[in-house]
Ligand binder design. Structure first.
Ligand code: BGC
Length: 415
């Protein structure tokens, strides 16, 4: 047997095992940690000065188009311990990678932390960085934002106006720099561990954002929930921890709310457990006739490589420095076999909203080797992607010197 055949068999076995495990966990009504990365966290600070600009409306997607490629019909629903499992039947249709306008992106992190006040003197308000990103060949950025800590109380849960103005400013800069921008709700807090106690707040958040941005161009994309079921977030425990079934329910409801004012805006939704690829086949495609939805997956495999030097791994010791080796490729290939299966089954694009590797301990040239391999693998699977992140621990750019930090890495990403 050649390597491709062995790979396919292994990936099939892996997917079957995962499906069985997830089903078992669902039946027990419990949670699981099937895939994805272990506990993670980082911080970033850097500062410079302010800029902003306007935006225009050029929405071009078609609200009513029902592509035959993506039509998936539901056949039945059955109850199980933790909720309702919907059985779906699909047309096996060829996947069209060009449906995803998010091809090459980079995360502009900063606004995801609830304990850091980001002022207008931060680098993120400077248009020159957006221009640099565009000129390098990226077509989008992703902006992780934790809105929950900038909202008032029930019943209105009003988003703080001054905070929203900051987000407007960033979106406007990105759009006038000719970049698409994914507004990502990045939240490792209470919604993860108390869904029923916080879902009204979540819906109100999306209602306000949808109304506020309804006239913005189609280059503004909404991402519903970063890494639901994140191991670190749910390890704190809580009365109503997010599960795949609850995630489907709240994401579907959020999409319906957004669609009232934004009938065609591109929306990214997630799988449970850290946007893990292993959940792709058990998280049914939401609202199958909506042609403007994209599935998000994060890929930090292999963690030993991408998180080398990280001390947020629950062992107290930073992961050791390591090169990117041949035997690491296999773990990445398995992830993208699952992605390909999803593409073949549902026709909905998978976008890799986070992948990347820490820089401080990586041997010279190692990050470029990793990028070279994973970018090729993502291309082969028909995925757009978004590197984590622009200028901090996993960064590509040095904002103090105003230069890209690794030419070989950039060449590998942009090839
Ligand atoms: C987290 C960051 C972390 C990154 C890589 C992101 O989702 O928000 O804090 O550095 O993943 O682990």
């Amino acid at each position: 047997m050649n390597r491709t055949v062995i790979l396919k068999i292994c990936s099939l076995l892996l997917v079957m095992t995962i499906c069985l495990t997830v089903t078992a966990c669902k039946n027990k009504g419990g949670s699981n940690t099937v895939s994805g990365s272990s506990s993670r966290g980082a911080s970033s600070t850097d500062s410079q000065s302010t800029d902003s600009s306007g935006s225009e409306s050029t929405d071009s997607q078609n609200p009513d188009s029902e592509s035959p490629d993506t039509v998936v019909s539901r056949t039945s629903s059955e109850s199980s311990g933790g909720g309702t499992i919907t059985v779906t039947e699909t047309k096996n249709v060829p996947y069209d990678a060009s449906k995803n306008p998010l091809q090459r992106g980079v995360n502009f992190s900063n606004f995801e932390y609830d304990d850091i006040e980001i002022g207008y003197d931060n680098w993120i308000f400077q248009s020159k960085y957006y221009d640099a990103v565009r000129e390098k060949g990226f077509d989008h950025i992703r902006l992780p934002v934790n809105f929950f800590c900038h909202m008032g109380g029930a019943p209105d849960y009003k988003i703080d106006e001054e905070f929203l103005r900051k987000i407007d400013t960033i979106i406007n800069i990105a759009i006038s720099s000719n970049l698409k921008i994914v507004l990502d709700f990045h939240h490792f807090g209470e919604l993860q561990t108390n869904v029923s106690g916080n879902k009204q707040k979540y819906y109100k958040m999306w209602q306000q954002l949808a109304e506020h941005y309804q006239s913005y161009p189609s280059g503004l994309v909404f991402e519903l929930f970063n890494e639901p079921g994140n191991a670190d977030a749910i390890s704190k425990g809580g009365p109503d921890i997010v599960t795949p079934e609850k995630l489907i329910e709240i994401q579907e409801e959020a999409i319906k709310i957004i669609r009232k004012t934004n009938p065609t805006r591109l929306i990214v939704h997630a799988t449970c457990w850290n946007d893990g690829a292993a959940q792709l086949m058990t998280t049914e495609p939401l609202l199958p006739n909506d042609d403007n939805l994209i599935m998000s997956v994060h890929s930090y495999e292999p963690m030993a490589f991408t998180h080398q030097g990280a001390d947020w791994n629950n062992t107290g010791n930073p992961r050791p420095s390591t090169d990117f080796t041949e035997d690491m490729k296999y773990e990445i290939q398995l992830i993208f076999e699952m992605v390909k299966n999803y593409h073949e089954k549902y026709g909905r694009p998978v976008w890799i909203g986070e992948f990347g590797t820490l820089k401080s301990k990586a041997p010279e040239g190692a990050r470029a080797k990793y990028a070279d391999f994973i970018v090729e693998t993502m291309k082969d699977a028909g995925c757009g992607w978004c590197w984590w992140e622009f200028q901090s621990g996993f960064g590509l750019y040095n904002t103090s010197r105003d230069e890209w930090v690794d030419d070989a890495l950039m060449a590998a990403l942009m090839k």
